[in-house]
Each structure stands twice: as C-alpha cells, then as structure tokens.
Design a protein around this ligand. Sequence first.
Ligand SMILES: C[S@@+](CC[C@H](N)C(=O)[O-])C[C@H]1O[C@@H](n2cnc3c(N)ncnc32)[C@H](O)[C@@H]1O
Length: 304
Amino acid sequence: MLNDELNDEWSGWLLNRRHGGDAAQAARVQATVDGYVERVLEGAALTPNMVMADIGSGEGVVAWRAIERAGPGLQVVLTDISAPLLRYARERARALGVAGQCRFVECGAERLEGLESASLDVVTSRSALAYVADKPAALAEMFRVLKPGGRISLGEPVFRDEAQAACAMRQMLECGGAGNALLALMHKWKAAQFPDTEAAMAASPIASYSERDLLRLAQQAGFAGLHMELHMDVRPNEVTDWAVFCATSPHPWAPGLGEIMEREFTPEERAVFEAALRPEVEAGRLTTASRMVFLTAGKPDNRG
Ligand SMILES: C[S@@+](CC[C@H](N)C(=O)[O-])C[C@H]1O[C@@H](n2cnc3c(N)ncnc32)[C@H](O)[C@@H]1O
C-alpha cells in the first residue's frame, strides 16, 4: 500500500480504518460487502456485451464481480473522485487480467465528465451516492449517461438512525442529563462520528436522506419502474478485541473511538470509558446495526 493511498480519506478507510488493520475483521467486512455487491449486480441484470459504469468505484469490487458474472464482453467504466483509489483499481485490473475491459475516469458523481450521454446500458453505485452532497445532480447524471431502456442499480447505507441517536443523546444531556458522565462520553464518541443536531443532519450528505428520499429523488430524476428494498440487520458486534474495536470506524468521515478518545477525552475520561465499555466489547455484548437500501430503476425508452 502506498502512502498516498493511506493518506487519502477514501482509500485510507477502505484499505485500513474500515477493519482497523485486522485480518479477521477485514475478512468479515469483505464477506458482508460481497453480499451487498451481489445484490447490486442482481439488480443490474447484466448480459454479455453490455457497457456499464460503476460510480464511486473504490477498490473496484463491483466492477470485478460484474466482469466475473457477465464475462469478457462486458465493458466497465470505473469512476471515482479519489486518484489513489483509481490507481489502486487500475493495478488490480491488470493483476486480474481484465484491464482491457476497464476504463478509469476521475470525476465526481455530480458531473460524469468524459461519459457520453446515452452511452451506457447500466449504472451501478455501491455505498458512494451516500457521500455525494448533491444527490439530485448525481441521479440526473446517471440518467443522462444511460441509453433509453438502461437501468440503475444502487446499494447505499442509511445512517439516519445513528445520527438520530446522537441527537437524542445531546437532547438528554441538555435536558438535565449533564450529570451523567457516561452519557456525556457516549455522546462525545457518537457526535464525533455522526451529526448530532437536526441542522447538522440536514447539512450532512450521509444523514440528510432516508431510503424513501432516494426513491423520490430517483423518480424526480426521470427514472421509472422503481423498486426499493431496505435491508436491516441487527446482530452482535463481531469485533471483540478492544484495540481493533478502537481502530475501526463506521464510515470514511468518522474517526475511530481510539482517535476520538485521544483527541477529545481527558486521561480520566478515557479510563472511565474504557472500564465501562471494554468488558462489553470483549464479551461480545455490543450490538451493531446495518441498514442498506437497494434501488433499481429504468430510464424510459420512448422511442416507440
Ligand atoms: C465507501 S467507498 C465505496 C467504494 C465502492 N463503491 C465499494 O463498494 O467498495 C465510497 C467511494 O465513493 C467515492 N466518492 C466519494 N464521494 C464521491 C463523489 N462525490 N463522486 C464520486 N465518487 C465519490 C470514494 O472515493 C470511495 O471510493
């Protein structure tokens, strides 16, 4: 891994902070992501010789699996705003022997520069639209680059509940709970990772939308035949190693608990918090929730 890959907020998270640098956790995360990718590609309904674009392609996981599923006739355009990730994906494509089927374009989802209008059969995006501030612009661009009859298949996390929990903690502290030291520390932790006021939620790309908003925005962009599914899983947190728990973070913009404690807690607060939380983590008593929205839709073919 190169230094600029680690320093880039996107690749630094995908390649390290997502799993805290722990091989076992990396394997568990990969298995979960693989499931999401399969779901997105089922929705894409690929056939051989299609041209697809994956927006916010990251390491290229959607692209590689799409090529495996659809075969050597599939052409894939990988777009991303992160130059280090595009470089990483380009090297992976070479190593996998699929570079001839791939094109790499550095651009934001809001403006798909270099992608011609009505040139693609399928547009996919997995956990990338979530981070785009102007989602209507991104969906309008997906609509523009698709051929009539083409389709989108998206799989995005929904973080509203985490933000609402952080808001609730803030409200409890403001309404007489200030004496609750553990609650104050929990709030410090969660507020460093998610917006904790209604205004901050509205301004945050990751917390300003629900699954229903994505459906509505896609419809407003002109898509038809929309189908949305919300998958929610609540299960025991599989990370039971305290160091790994402190090193992982839930999304690219969130620091891990270790960094938050280092930056925002006094040494006494750190000791209190660790004494309370660490036994819960190590006993596997914490739960973790994931919410993923899967959306498929088509660009109407009005050519009669
Ligand atoms: C959580 S990662 C997901 C990567 C990949 N889609 C996957 O499924 O593993 C988010 C990706 O979105 C990209 N990204 C963030 N903001 C973007 C934007 N405005 N336009 C395009 N890509 C963006 C990041 O560089 C990163 O690769």
